[in-house]
Design a binder for this molecule. Structure first.
Ligand code: UN1
Length: 515
Protein backbone atom coordinates (compact mmCIF):
# COMPACT_ATOMS: atom_id res chain seq x y z
CA UNK A 1 0.00 0.00 0.00
CA UNK A 2 1.47 3.32 -1.10
CA UNK A 3 0.49 5.36 1.88
CA UNK A 4 1.87 7.68 4.48
CA UNK A 5 4.10 5.09 6.08
CA UNK A 6 4.32 6.74 9.47
CA UNK A 7 2.01 5.81 12.30
CA UNK A 8 -0.39 8.59 13.26
CA UNK A 9 0.96 8.51 16.83
CA UNK A 10 4.44 9.33 15.49
CA UNK A 11 3.07 12.17 13.37
CA UNK A 12 1.25 13.66 16.38
CA UNK A 13 4.38 13.37 18.48
CA UNK A 14 6.54 15.02 15.82
CA UNK A 15 4.10 17.92 15.71
CA UNK A 16 3.80 18.21 19.49
CA UNK A 17 0.09 17.33 19.56
CA UNK A 18 -0.75 15.66 22.88
CA UNK A 19 -3.53 13.24 23.79
CA UNK A 20 -5.21 16.10 25.61
CA UNK A 21 -4.61 19.72 24.57
CA UNK A 22 -5.62 23.14 25.82
CA UNK A 23 -7.52 25.12 23.21
CA UNK A 24 -5.71 28.45 23.49
CA UNK A 25 -2.16 29.66 23.01
CA UNK A 26 -0.30 32.95 23.05
CA UNK A 27 2.74 32.04 21.01
CA UNK A 28 4.53 29.28 22.94
CA UNK A 29 2.42 29.85 26.04
CA UNK A 30 -0.51 27.40 26.22
CA UNK A 31 -3.29 28.65 28.44
CA UNK A 32 -5.37 26.63 30.86
CA UNK A 33 -8.83 26.45 29.29
CA UNK A 34 -12.07 25.55 31.00
CA UNK A 35 -14.50 25.19 28.11
CA UNK A 36 -16.09 22.03 26.82
CA UNK A 37 -13.83 19.07 26.12
CA UNK A 38 -14.07 17.88 22.53
CA UNK A 39 -12.59 14.89 20.78
CA UNK A 40 -11.33 15.08 17.23
CA UNK A 41 -12.31 11.96 15.31
CA UNK A 42 -10.80 11.01 11.98
CA UNK A 43 -13.41 10.61 9.26
CA UNK A 44 -10.93 8.22 7.62
CA UNK A 45 -11.33 5.43 10.17
CA UNK A 46 -13.70 6.90 12.75
CA UNK A 47 -11.05 6.70 15.47
CA UNK A 48 -10.59 9.32 18.19
CA UNK A 49 -7.31 11.15 17.54
CA UNK A 50 -6.97 13.44 20.56
CA UNK A 51 -8.86 15.78 22.87
CA UNK A 52 -9.02 19.55 23.10
CA UNK A 53 -10.47 21.64 25.91
CA UNK A 54 -12.14 24.61 24.28
CA UNK A 55 -11.24 28.16 25.20
CA UNK A 56 -13.42 29.95 27.73
CA UNK A 57 -13.98 33.68 28.18
CA UNK A 58 -11.01 34.08 30.46
CA UNK A 59 -8.61 32.56 27.91
CA UNK A 60 -10.16 34.74 25.20
CA UNK A 61 -9.49 37.91 27.21
CA UNK A 62 -5.91 36.86 27.92
CA UNK A 63 -5.30 36.23 24.23
CA UNK A 64 -6.69 39.58 23.11
CA UNK A 65 -4.71 41.45 25.78
CA UNK A 66 -1.51 39.70 24.70
CA UNK A 67 -2.23 40.44 21.04
CA UNK A 68 -2.75 44.12 21.84
CA UNK A 69 0.51 44.28 23.73
CA UNK A 70 2.43 42.43 21.01
CA UNK A 71 1.11 44.80 18.34
CA UNK A 72 2.79 47.77 20.02
CA UNK A 73 6.25 46.41 19.23
CA UNK A 74 5.63 44.22 16.20
CA UNK A 75 4.36 47.16 14.13
CA UNK A 76 7.61 49.03 14.82
CA UNK A 77 9.80 46.30 13.39
CA UNK A 78 10.72 47.24 9.81
CA UNK A 79 8.60 45.29 7.33
CA UNK A 80 11.58 43.48 5.72
CA UNK A 81 12.58 42.26 9.19
CA UNK A 82 9.08 40.95 9.71
CA UNK A 83 9.45 39.30 6.32
CA UNK A 84 12.66 37.62 7.46
CA UNK A 85 10.74 35.98 10.31
CA UNK A 86 8.04 34.82 7.91
CA UNK A 87 10.83 33.37 5.75
CA UNK A 88 11.94 31.28 8.71
CA UNK A 89 8.34 30.13 9.21
CA UNK A 90 8.31 28.94 5.59
CA UNK A 91 11.53 27.01 6.23
CA UNK A 92 10.05 25.37 9.33
CA UNK A 93 6.93 24.41 7.39
CA UNK A 94 9.14 22.78 4.76
CA UNK A 95 10.67 20.61 7.49
CA UNK A 96 7.24 19.57 8.77
CA UNK A 97 5.45 19.32 5.44
CA UNK A 98 5.08 15.54 5.48
CA UNK A 99 3.81 15.34 9.05
CA UNK A 100 1.44 18.29 8.84
CA UNK A 101 0.14 17.18 5.43
CA UNK A 102 -0.57 13.70 6.81
CA UNK A 103 -2.30 15.09 9.90
CA UNK A 104 -4.50 17.32 7.73
CA UNK A 105 -5.33 14.32 5.57
CA UNK A 106 -6.15 12.12 8.55
CA UNK A 107 -8.09 14.68 10.55
CA UNK A 108 -9.99 16.30 7.68
CA UNK A 109 -10.20 13.36 5.28
CA UNK A 110 -8.73 14.91 2.11
CA UNK A 111 -6.27 12.80 0.14
CA UNK A 112 -2.66 12.83 1.32
CA UNK A 113 -1.67 14.56 -1.94
CA UNK A 114 -4.15 17.33 -1.19
CA UNK A 115 -3.03 17.51 2.44
CA UNK A 116 0.55 17.97 1.28
CA UNK A 117 -0.67 20.47 -1.32
CA UNK A 118 -2.25 22.47 1.43
CA UNK A 119 1.03 22.71 3.34
CA UNK A 120 2.72 23.65 0.06
CA UNK A 121 0.26 26.55 -0.23
CA UNK A 122 1.41 27.66 3.24
CA UNK A 123 5.04 27.53 2.15
CA UNK A 124 4.23 29.40 -1.05
CA UNK A 125 2.38 32.17 0.75
CA UNK A 126 5.33 32.59 3.14
CA UNK A 127 7.64 33.03 0.15
CA UNK A 128 5.20 35.50 -1.37
CA UNK A 129 4.94 37.41 1.92
CA UNK A 130 8.74 37.67 2.23
CA UNK A 131 8.93 39.44 -1.13
CA UNK A 132 5.90 41.51 -0.29
CA UNK A 133 7.57 42.76 2.89
CA UNK A 134 9.73 44.95 0.65
CA UNK A 135 6.89 45.97 -1.64
CA UNK A 136 4.16 47.48 0.52
CA UNK A 137 3.98 50.35 -1.94
CA UNK A 138 1.89 53.46 -1.75
CA UNK A 139 1.38 55.90 -4.62
CA UNK A 140 2.59 59.47 -4.93
CA UNK A 141 0.33 62.10 -6.47
CA UNK A 142 0.91 65.48 -8.01
CA UNK A 143 -0.56 68.11 -5.77
CA UNK A 144 -2.64 70.86 -7.37
CA UNK A 145 -0.90 73.34 -5.05
CA UNK A 146 2.62 74.69 -5.67
CA UNK A 147 5.43 73.39 -3.45
CA UNK A 148 3.24 70.67 -2.00
CA UNK A 149 3.88 66.97 -1.97
CA UNK A 150 1.16 64.38 -1.69
CA UNK A 151 1.59 60.68 -1.16
CA UNK A 152 0.03 57.72 0.57
CA UNK A 153 1.38 55.25 3.08
CA UNK A 154 0.12 51.91 4.24
CA UNK A 155 0.20 51.35 7.99
CA UNK A 156 -0.57 48.19 9.97
CA UNK A 157 -4.13 47.87 11.15
CA UNK A 158 -3.83 45.99 14.47
CA UNK A 159 -5.29 42.64 15.52
CA UNK A 160 -6.56 40.49 12.67
CA UNK A 161 -9.11 37.84 13.67
CA UNK A 162 -8.97 34.81 11.41
CA UNK A 163 -11.93 32.41 11.38
CA UNK A 164 -11.19 29.39 9.20
CA UNK A 165 -13.25 26.47 7.96
CA UNK A 166 -12.76 22.71 8.29
CA UNK A 167 -12.09 22.07 4.61
CA UNK A 168 -8.77 23.90 4.50
CA UNK A 169 -7.64 23.40 8.09
CA UNK A 170 -4.24 25.08 7.69
CA UNK A 171 -3.70 26.82 4.32
CA UNK A 172 -6.35 29.51 4.64
CA UNK A 173 -4.96 30.53 8.03
CA UNK A 174 -1.51 30.86 6.46
CA UNK A 175 -2.84 32.98 3.56
CA UNK A 176 -4.12 35.42 6.13
CA UNK A 177 -1.45 35.19 8.80
CA UNK A 178 1.65 35.38 6.59
CA UNK A 179 0.34 38.50 4.85
CA UNK A 180 -0.96 40.08 8.06
CA UNK A 181 2.40 39.57 9.78
CA UNK A 182 4.49 41.25 7.09
CA UNK A 183 1.94 44.08 7.11
CA UNK A 184 2.74 44.57 10.83
CA UNK A 185 -0.46 43.08 12.22
CA UNK A 186 -0.86 40.41 14.88
CA UNK A 187 -3.20 37.45 14.47
CA UNK A 188 -5.81 35.64 16.53
CA UNK A 189 -6.85 32.40 14.85
CA UNK A 190 -10.09 30.58 15.52
CA UNK A 191 -9.94 27.35 13.51
CA UNK A 192 -12.90 25.05 12.91
CA UNK A 193 -13.66 22.82 15.90
CA UNK A 194 -13.86 19.95 13.41
CA UNK A 195 -10.10 20.10 12.78
CA UNK A 196 -8.52 21.51 15.96
CA UNK A 197 -5.44 19.27 15.94
CA UNK A 198 -4.20 20.51 12.57
CA UNK A 199 -4.38 24.01 14.03
CA UNK A 200 -2.50 22.95 17.16
CA UNK A 201 0.15 21.36 14.93
CA UNK A 202 0.55 24.67 13.06
CA UNK A 203 0.81 26.72 16.22
CA UNK A 204 3.51 24.37 17.52
CA UNK A 205 5.49 24.66 14.28
CA UNK A 206 5.30 28.44 14.12
CA UNK A 207 5.43 29.52 17.78
CA UNK A 208 9.11 28.67 18.26
CA UNK A 209 10.16 30.92 15.39
CA UNK A 210 8.76 34.04 17.00
CA UNK A 211 10.37 33.02 20.26
CA UNK A 212 13.75 32.47 18.65
CA UNK A 213 13.57 35.95 17.15
CA UNK A 214 12.74 37.55 20.48
CA UNK A 215 9.29 38.62 19.33
CA UNK A 216 6.42 39.10 21.79
CA UNK A 217 4.45 35.82 21.76
CA UNK A 218 1.14 37.64 21.28
CA UNK A 219 1.91 38.08 17.58
CA UNK A 220 0.63 34.55 16.93
CA UNK A 221 -2.41 33.37 18.87
CA UNK A 222 -4.71 30.40 18.71
CA UNK A 223 -8.14 30.21 20.23
CA UNK A 224 -10.18 27.07 19.68
CA UNK A 225 -13.76 27.59 20.67
CA UNK A 226 -17.34 27.19 19.62
CA UNK A 227 -19.55 29.70 17.82
CA UNK A 228 -19.70 31.92 20.92
CA UNK A 229 -15.98 32.65 20.50
CA UNK A 230 -16.57 33.48 16.83
CA UNK A 231 -19.38 35.81 17.87
CA UNK A 232 -17.16 37.48 20.49
CA UNK A 233 -14.55 38.11 17.82
CA UNK A 234 -17.10 39.61 15.45
CA UNK A 235 -18.34 41.95 18.18
CA UNK A 236 -14.91 42.83 19.54
CA UNK A 237 -13.90 46.40 18.73
CA UNK A 238 -10.29 45.58 19.53
CA UNK A 239 -10.17 43.59 16.29
CA UNK A 240 -10.37 46.03 13.38
CA UNK A 241 -10.36 43.25 10.78
CA UNK A 242 -12.06 39.87 10.74
CA UNK A 243 -11.19 37.51 7.91
CA UNK A 244 -13.73 34.69 7.84
CA UNK A 245 -14.00 31.64 5.62
CA UNK A 246 -17.06 29.40 5.71
CA UNK A 247 -20.69 29.21 4.72
CA UNK A 248 -22.67 32.17 3.44
CA UNK A 249 -24.92 31.85 6.49
CA UNK A 250 -21.93 32.19 8.85
CA UNK A 251 -20.49 35.03 6.75
CA UNK A 252 -23.71 37.01 6.85
CA UNK A 253 -23.81 36.87 10.62
CA UNK A 254 -20.11 37.78 10.98
CA UNK A 255 -20.46 40.52 8.36
CA UNK A 256 -23.49 42.00 10.10
CA UNK A 257 -21.85 42.01 13.53
CA UNK A 258 -18.57 43.49 12.30
CA UNK A 259 -20.47 45.97 10.13
CA UNK A 260 -22.49 47.18 13.11
CA UNK A 261 -19.28 48.34 14.75
CA UNK A 262 -17.93 49.58 11.37
CA UNK A 263 -15.07 47.12 11.47
CA UNK A 264 -13.61 45.59 8.32
CA UNK A 265 -14.13 42.11 6.98
CA UNK A 266 -12.64 39.82 4.40
CA UNK A 267 -15.36 37.26 3.68
CA UNK A 268 -14.66 34.13 1.67
CA UNK A 269 -17.93 32.23 1.62
CA UNK A 270 -19.89 29.75 -0.45
CA UNK A 271 -19.33 29.01 -4.11
CA UNK A 272 -21.49 27.38 -6.78
CA UNK A 273 -18.88 26.98 -9.40
CA UNK A 274 -19.55 26.01 -12.99
CA UNK A 275 -17.46 24.89 -15.92
CA UNK A 276 -18.82 25.68 -19.36
CA UNK A 277 -17.78 22.99 -21.85
CA UNK A 278 -18.21 24.48 -25.30
CA UNK A 279 -18.45 22.68 -28.64
CA UNK A 280 -14.79 23.65 -29.13
CA UNK A 281 -13.54 22.09 -25.90
CA UNK A 282 -10.62 19.69 -25.82
CA UNK A 283 -12.25 16.94 -23.81
CA UNK A 284 -8.89 15.50 -22.80
CA UNK A 285 -8.47 18.67 -20.76
CA UNK A 286 -12.10 19.25 -19.87
CA UNK A 287 -12.93 15.83 -18.42
CA UNK A 288 -10.05 15.53 -15.92
CA UNK A 289 -10.57 19.20 -14.96
CA UNK A 290 -14.23 18.56 -14.26
CA UNK A 291 -13.65 15.31 -12.38
CA UNK A 292 -10.93 16.74 -10.12
CA UNK A 293 -13.06 19.83 -9.51
CA UNK A 294 -16.11 17.78 -8.58
CA UNK A 295 -14.65 14.97 -6.47
CA UNK A 296 -11.38 16.48 -5.19
CA UNK A 297 -11.58 16.97 -1.39
CA UNK A 298 -14.83 14.95 -1.78
CA UNK A 299 -16.53 18.06 -3.16
CA UNK A 300 -15.79 20.03 0.01
CA UNK A 301 -13.84 22.94 -1.47
CA UNK A 302 -15.55 26.26 -1.82
CA UNK A 303 -14.08 26.10 -5.34
CA UNK A 304 -15.42 22.59 -6.07
CA UNK A 305 -17.08 22.18 -9.45
CA UNK A 306 -20.81 21.83 -8.83
CA UNK A 307 -22.21 22.49 -12.30
CA UNK A 308 -21.13 21.50 -15.80
CA UNK A 309 -22.84 23.57 -18.47
CA UNK A 310 -22.31 21.54 -21.61
CA UNK A 311 -22.98 22.34 -25.28
CA UNK A 312 -25.76 20.13 -26.61
CA UNK A 313 -23.58 18.73 -29.40
CA UNK A 314 -21.15 17.23 -26.85
CA UNK A 315 -23.56 16.47 -24.07
CA UNK A 316 -23.82 12.71 -24.63
CA UNK A 317 -20.09 12.28 -25.14
CA UNK A 318 -19.23 14.27 -22.02
CA UNK A 319 -21.77 12.29 -20.04
CA UNK A 320 -20.32 8.97 -21.19
CA UNK A 321 -16.76 10.02 -20.50
CA UNK A 322 -17.72 11.23 -17.03
CA UNK A 323 -19.45 7.96 -16.26
CA UNK A 324 -16.31 6.11 -17.37
CA UNK A 325 -14.03 8.36 -15.30
CA UNK A 326 -16.24 8.09 -12.21
CA UNK A 327 -16.18 4.31 -12.64
CA UNK A 328 -12.42 4.41 -12.20
CA UNK A 329 -12.44 6.46 -9.01
CA UNK A 330 -11.11 4.69 -5.96
CA UNK A 331 -12.82 5.78 -2.79
CA UNK A 332 -11.15 4.98 0.50
CA UNK A 333 -8.64 5.88 3.17
CA UNK A 334 -7.18 9.26 2.18
CA UNK A 335 -3.73 8.30 3.46
CA UNK A 336 -3.59 5.50 0.90
CA UNK A 337 -2.29 7.19 -2.22
CA UNK A 338 -4.06 4.72 -4.46
CA UNK A 339 -7.34 6.36 -3.52
CA UNK A 340 -8.73 9.43 -5.25
CA UNK A 341 -11.61 10.29 -2.93
CA UNK A 342 -11.62 10.29 0.86
CA UNK A 343 -14.52 10.62 3.28
CA UNK A 344 -16.77 13.57 4.03
CA UNK A 345 -15.85 15.44 7.20
CA UNK A 346 -18.47 13.79 9.46
CA UNK A 347 -21.83 12.08 9.60
CA UNK A 348 -23.72 15.39 9.53
CA UNK A 349 -22.13 16.05 6.16
CA UNK A 350 -23.18 12.59 5.00
CA UNK A 351 -26.73 13.36 6.09
CA UNK A 352 -26.64 16.61 4.12
CA UNK A 353 -25.41 14.72 1.07
CA UNK A 354 -28.25 12.22 1.33
CA UNK A 355 -30.85 14.92 1.88
CA UNK A 356 -29.59 16.78 -1.17
CA UNK A 357 -29.78 13.65 -3.35
CA UNK A 358 -33.39 13.13 -2.31
CA UNK A 359 -34.29 16.75 -3.00
CA UNK A 360 -32.71 16.77 -6.47
CA UNK A 361 -34.66 13.64 -7.39
CA UNK A 362 -37.85 15.22 -6.02
CA UNK A 363 -37.25 18.29 -8.19
CA UNK A 364 -37.03 16.10 -11.27
CA UNK A 365 -33.26 15.63 -11.60
CA UNK A 366 -32.21 12.64 -13.70
CA UNK A 367 -29.78 10.37 -11.91
CA UNK A 368 -26.75 9.56 -14.07
CA UNK A 369 -24.60 8.16 -11.32
CA UNK A 370 -26.41 7.30 -8.14
CA UNK A 371 -24.77 8.73 -5.06
CA UNK A 372 -24.83 6.62 -1.96
CA UNK A 373 -23.30 6.13 1.45
CA UNK A 374 -20.70 3.37 1.39
CA UNK A 375 -20.46 0.67 3.99
CA UNK A 376 -18.35 -2.42 4.57
CA UNK A 377 -14.63 -2.92 4.93
CA UNK A 378 -12.65 0.28 4.95
CA UNK A 379 -15.81 2.38 5.25
CA UNK A 380 -16.48 1.78 8.96
CA UNK A 381 -16.39 5.49 9.82
CA UNK A 382 -19.69 5.91 7.95
CA UNK A 383 -18.34 9.05 6.23
CA UNK A 384 -17.55 7.66 2.77
CA UNK A 385 -19.91 8.37 -0.09
CA UNK A 386 -20.01 7.54 -3.76
CA UNK A 387 -19.97 10.78 -5.80
CA UNK A 388 -23.19 11.48 -7.69
CA UNK A 389 -23.99 12.95 -11.09
CA UNK A 390 -27.40 14.34 -12.10
CA UNK A 391 -28.82 15.93 -15.21
CA UNK A 392 -30.78 18.97 -14.05
CA UNK A 393 -32.08 22.42 -14.89
CA UNK A 394 -30.06 25.34 -13.62
CA UNK A 395 -33.06 26.88 -11.91
CA UNK A 396 -33.71 23.90 -9.60
CA UNK A 397 -33.59 25.06 -6.01
CA UNK A 398 -30.91 22.52 -5.07
CA UNK A 399 -28.76 23.59 -8.01
CA UNK A 400 -28.88 27.16 -6.76
CA UNK A 401 -27.63 25.98 -3.40
CA UNK A 402 -24.09 24.99 -2.35
CA UNK A 403 -24.10 21.42 -1.03
CA UNK A 404 -20.66 20.67 0.41
CA UNK A 405 -20.43 17.17 -1.07
CA UNK A 406 -19.52 15.44 -4.35
CA UNK A 407 -22.68 16.07 -6.36
CA UNK A 408 -22.18 17.20 -9.94
CA UNK A 409 -25.01 18.72 -11.99
CA UNK A 410 -25.02 18.49 -15.78
CA UNK A 411 -26.90 21.19 -17.66
CA UNK A 412 -27.34 21.41 -21.44
CA UNK A 413 -27.03 24.64 -23.45
CA UNK A 414 -27.25 25.71 -27.08
CA UNK A 415 -25.73 29.22 -27.29
CA UNK A 416 -22.75 30.56 -25.37
CA UNK A 417 -24.74 33.61 -24.25
CA UNK A 418 -27.26 31.27 -22.69
CA UNK A 419 -24.46 29.25 -21.02
CA UNK A 420 -22.89 32.39 -19.52
CA UNK A 421 -26.27 33.57 -18.32
CA UNK A 422 -26.83 30.25 -16.55
CA UNK A 423 -23.35 30.24 -15.11
CA UNK A 424 -24.07 33.64 -13.56
CA UNK A 425 -27.65 32.86 -12.52
CA UNK A 426 -26.83 31.62 -9.00
CA UNK A 427 -26.49 33.62 -5.77
CA UNK A 428 -22.78 32.81 -5.37
CA UNK A 429 -19.83 34.16 -7.39
CA UNK A 430 -16.57 32.47 -6.47
CA UNK A 431 -15.02 30.44 -9.26
CA UNK A 432 -15.83 29.64 -12.89
CA UNK A 433 -14.22 28.15 -15.96
CA UNK A 434 -14.65 27.67 -19.67
CA UNK A 435 -13.24 24.76 -21.62
CA UNK A 436 -12.64 25.88 -25.20
CA UNK A 437 -9.94 26.11 -27.84
CA UNK A 438 -11.76 29.02 -29.46
CA UNK A 439 -10.33 32.43 -28.68
CA UNK A 440 -13.60 34.29 -29.24
CA UNK A 441 -15.39 32.09 -26.75
CA UNK A 442 -12.73 32.41 -24.08
CA UNK A 443 -12.41 36.18 -24.48
CA UNK A 444 -16.18 36.63 -24.24
CA UNK A 445 -16.23 34.52 -21.09
CA UNK A 446 -13.47 36.65 -19.52
CA UNK A 447 -14.99 39.98 -20.62
CA UNK A 448 -17.29 42.13 -18.50
CA UNK A 449 -20.18 40.45 -20.34
CA UNK A 450 -18.84 37.08 -19.24
CA UNK A 451 -18.36 35.37 -15.90
CA UNK A 452 -19.40 37.41 -12.86
CA UNK A 453 -17.11 35.45 -10.53
CA UNK A 454 -13.96 36.45 -8.65
CA UNK A 455 -12.10 33.67 -10.44
CA UNK A 456 -12.55 32.87 -14.14
CA UNK A 457 -10.33 30.25 -15.77
CA UNK A 458 -9.79 28.97 -19.28
CA UNK A 459 -9.02 25.29 -19.81
CA UNK A 460 -8.50 24.81 -16.07
CA UNK A 461 -11.10 23.58 -13.60
CA UNK A 462 -12.66 25.78 -10.94
CA UNK A 463 -10.55 24.60 -8.01
CA UNK A 464 -6.85 24.57 -7.26
CA UNK A 465 -6.01 28.26 -7.45
CA UNK A 466 -2.41 29.38 -6.98
CA UNK A 467 -1.58 31.69 -4.07
CA UNK A 468 -0.16 34.43 -6.33
CA UNK A 469 -3.58 35.67 -7.41
CA UNK A 470 -6.14 37.35 -5.20
CA UNK A 471 -8.56 34.67 -4.01
CA UNK A 472 -12.25 35.32 -3.40
CA UNK A 473 -15.53 36.02 -5.08
CA UNK A 474 -18.54 38.22 -5.57
CA UNK A 475 -22.22 38.21 -4.53
CA UNK A 476 -22.94 35.74 -1.72
CA UNK A 477 -19.30 34.65 -1.76
CA UNK A 478 -18.76 37.81 0.25
CA UNK A 479 -16.49 40.03 -1.88
CA UNK A 480 -13.28 39.52 0.12
CA UNK A 481 -9.90 38.80 -1.41
CA UNK A 482 -7.10 36.86 0.24
CA UNK A 483 -3.57 35.69 -0.51
CA UNK A 484 -1.78 37.12 -3.57
CA UNK A 485 -1.85 40.19 -5.83
CA UNK A 486 -2.70 43.30 -3.79
CA UNK A 487 -4.96 41.49 -1.31
CA UNK A 488 -2.51 42.72 1.35
CA UNK A 489 -4.12 46.16 1.21
CA UNK A 490 -7.08 44.86 3.21
CA UNK A 491 -4.70 44.10 6.10
CA UNK A 492 -3.43 47.68 6.30
CA UNK A 493 -4.87 51.15 6.66
CA UNK A 494 -4.19 53.73 4.00
CA UNK A 495 -3.05 57.19 5.00
CA UNK A 496 -2.89 60.10 2.58
CA UNK A 497 -0.26 62.69 3.44
CA UNK A 498 0.00 66.20 2.01
CA UNK A 499 3.06 68.26 2.86
CA UNK A 500 3.44 71.98 2.24
CA UNK A 501 7.03 73.14 1.84
CA UNK A 502 6.17 76.65 0.61
CA UNK A 503 5.98 79.89 2.59
CA UNK A 504 2.28 80.33 1.78
CA UNK A 505 -0.90 78.49 2.62
CA UNK A 506 -2.73 78.01 -0.69
CA UNK A 507 -6.03 76.17 -0.28
CA UNK A 508 -7.18 73.31 -2.49
CA UNK A 509 -9.88 74.03 -5.09
CA UNK A 510 -8.48 77.60 -5.28
CA UNK A 511 -10.60 78.69 -2.32
CA UNK A 512 -9.79 82.18 -1.06
CA UNK A 513 -9.74 82.70 2.67
CA UNK A 514 -8.02 86.00 3.42
CA UNK A 515 -7.96 88.13 6.52
C1 UN1 B 1 -11.47 26.85 0.02
O1 UN1 B 1 -12.07 25.87 -0.40
O2 UN1 B 1 -11.89 27.50 1.01
O3 UN1 B 1 -8.49 27.10 -5.10
C2 UN1 B 1 -10.16 27.30 -0.49
C3 UN1 B 1 -8.54 26.12 -4.36
C4 UN1 B 1 -7.67 26.12 -3.12
C5 UN1 B 1 -8.30 26.90 -2.03
C6 UN1 B 1 -9.71 26.58 -1.72
N1 UN1 B 1 -6.38 26.68 -3.46
O4 UN1 B 1 -9.24 25.16 -4.57
Amino acid sequence: MASSTKEISVILKNLGVEASNPGAAIGTKWLPTRGQKITSFSPADGKAIAEVTLADEDAYEKVIKAAKEAYKTWRLKPAPQRGEIVRQIGEELRKHKDDLGALVSYEMGKSLQEGLGEVQEMIDICDFAVGLSRQLYGLTMHSERPAHRMYEQWHPIGIVGIISAFNFPVAVWAWNAAIAWVCGDVCVWKPSEKVPLSAIGCQKIVQGIFDKNGVHPGVCNLIIGDATIGKKMADDKRMPLISATGSTRMGKSVGEAVGRRLGKTILELGGNNAIIITENADLNVAIPGAVFGAVGTAGQRCTSTRRLIIHESLFEEVKQRLVKAYGQLRIGNPLDQNNHVGPLIDKDAVQMFEDALGKVVAEGGTEIIKGEVLSGEGYESGCYVKPAIFEVKNEFEMVQHETFAPILYLIKYSTLDEAIEMQNAVPQGLSSAIMTTNMRESELFLSHAGSDCGIANVNIGTSGAEIGGAFGGEKETGGGRESGSDAWKAYMRRQTNTINYSTELPLAQGIKFEF
